[in-house]
Unconditional design. Sequence first.
Length: 349
Amino acid sequence: MESFARKNDSTVSSCLWVGTGLGMVIILSLNLPSSDDLRQSEPVMVSPSGTVLTLKGAVLTFACLDCMGTLTRQPYEAWRDPHSADDGDKTRKRKLVMHSPSSSQDMSDHQFAVICSEKQAKVFSLPSQTCLYVHNITETSFLLRADVVTLCNSVCLACFCANGHIMTLSLPSLRPLLDINYLPITDMRITRTFCFTNEGQALYLSSPTEIQRLTYSQEMCDNLQDMLGDLFTPVETPEAQNRGFLKGLFGGSGQAFDREELFGEATAGKASRSLAQHIPGSGGIEGVRGAAGGVIGDLTRARIALDERGQKLGELDERTASMMASAEAFSKHAHEVMLKYKDKKWYQF
């Protein structure tokens, strides 16, 4: 970023800020060629500035604020289409766009450098390199992610701790604004993919194919319904084109017919009463689901009733078998009695 590399610097220059896992911050000074022509032939000179800053824990993120506490954006190069017809034969020179002022007088002779590690956050004043604010974020745990984001026209430091807490600190004063327990870490995928964005939002992969989005800003939460989009845009079905005679005769492609045209009563005549007829139901998918739920309930009750009836039918089978045995015995005795008194006269009884 564009900052002061040394204590005695009067102007900002291109610097590379390097953070180590032991909490050391080293500033390297980058000397770029002044013109694009020299950039092709002369290399970039990298030299240590001698500035070393220390924090607790591994360094996670850097940010630079101007004298008013506004986030200084990194310089970028505007992209232009080399094949654009507007350029013609004229070649455009590449220009690096800087957001920070070019002199210390424009910046009231200082910047704010924000450095956050796994344990604490510090704000240094540049070029004097004086530590203005220190905040120990956690002692028992450590930070997984820290980002400097814009929120409600201001800048803050958003942190995600390994114990599941989301915390925000004001900049440059490092005053705690929010500390809430959101999600304990149970999956390493969350650790690797969690990130903060501007306007109080955060994202992470909840599964290999799903993105979880959350917000810690009340303004963003109030406007969330207005920000939801539609996956599909409703479009009216266009009318079918008139098919010409020659196209239908020599087109070679099959013609799509409507079911009503092929099997409807208007063409084929009125169907017999013995034929089944499709009658569409009402309610759509919800109606089908409700009907299916009702059918499932009826089937459950019917199964319970069948179990009870099965027991009663078993008892009835036993009674029926007993009655059949009694009836068979009665028939046998009746037949014997009939044979016994078959040839006797009435006066012999």
